[in-house]
Design a protein around this ligand. Structure first.
Ligand SMILES: Cc1cc2nc3c(=O)[nH]c(=O)nc-3n(C[C@H](O)[C@H](O)[C@H](O)COP(=O)(O)OP(=O)(O)OC[C@H]3O[C@@H](n4cnc5c(N)ncnc54)[C@H](O)[C@@H]3O)c2cc1C
Length: 255
């Protein structure tokens, strides 16, 4: 029994399927019928890649594996049973001999007021497609607005977390919004869309060593259309209509 078809679960299912060739029952439980190649999600959000390019069919690539669509909500280690719920909300139980628990992690929501209500996470296909549509909508609406403040706000995007994901989202975001703005005749004379990448670390990509990550000056500086910035006083914070939340992951929901 394998719970979760991310990198760990998918690889385990593939290796077991190839090695055992139907000699044992392999059950894979996952909410979706595809394995999602997460590192390419920023490209989906930026419209560079179509969703099918970053998703791999589970049933199509895992012979000898029985896929059960659903979410596990309980594991009884003593009784060797799991309880799960299918996408229609029906519950069930299943017995297992060996268990691989590979459910990954969830977005880490720090206790910052407003984040839970207003920021958008970035971990799955629905969120990537939402972001793509949301960003597109903001650029188009900035072209039709008569109010200069609203036009500027709709062209300003904030990404919180300058790790791999946040930096990639911001970098692809710049290319994406530049190309949208170029095609929009009402934005020909408008300033370039502005992206802010925020982190408490003094530099972009803080998990890399200094020679490979990018030192940021405390006041912020602009490179390729992305502003890197230390926390700014409230009065200098720009108006914006989109906030992406890409801080580190947590293995525990709600932490
Ligand atoms: C946008 C993004 C970009 C990234 N880019 C990189 C990169 O370039 N390089 C890199 O090394 N790492 C990258 N990472 C991190 C990397 O994706 C993770 O380290 C990796 O996905 C962890 O693999 P996993 O199998 O443990 O979990 P996951 O890949 O998260 O898989 C967990 C699976 O379990 C399923 N699941 C969750 N709960 C349940 C449940 N209750 N019941 C059943 N199934 C459940 C989920 O739907 C999912 O399919 C990125 C992450 C993100 C979000």
């Amino acid at each position: 029994m394998i719970i979760g078809a991310g990198f760990a679960g998918y690889q385990a299912a593939r290796d077991l399927s190839r090695t055992l060739r139907g000699a044992v029952d392999i059950v894979l439980i996952n909410p979706n019928d595809y394995f999602l190649y997460l590192p390419l999600l920023p490209e989906v959000a930026a419209g560079v890649l179509e969703p099918r390019r970053v998703s791999v069919s589970l049933t199509g690539t895992l012979p000898h594996v029985r896929l059960v669509l659903g979410e596990v909500h309980g594991v009884d280690l003593d009784a060797r049973r799991i309880s799960w719920r299918d996408p229609d909300g029906r519950s069930g139980e299943m017995a297992y001999d060996r268990l691989i628990l590979s459910v990954g992690s969830v977005n880490k929501l720090l206790p910052i007021p407003g984040v839970a209500e207003h920021a958008h996470g970035f971990r799955g296909m629905p969120e990537a497609l939402f972001l793509r549509d949301h960003v597109t909508r903001q650029i188009e609406m900035s072209g039709t607005s008569e109010d200069p403040r609203e036009r500027a706000a709709r062209r300003t995007f904030v990404v919180v977390g300058a790790g791999y994901t946040g930096t990639e989202v911001a970098a692809h975001g710049v290319l994406f919004t530049d190309s949208l703005a170029r095609k929009n005749t009402t934005l020909r004379d408008a300033p370039r869309p502005r992206w802010l990448l925020l982190d408490i670390a003094p530099r972009v990509l803080p998990e890399l060593d200094w020679t490979r990550s990018c030192p940021a000056r405390p006041t912020g500086c602009c490179a390729n259309g992305v502003w890197r910035s230390a926390p700014a006083p409230r009065s200098t914070r720009p108006p914006r209509r989109a906030c992406g939340w890409t801080t580190a992951s947590s293995s525990t929901p709600g932490r």
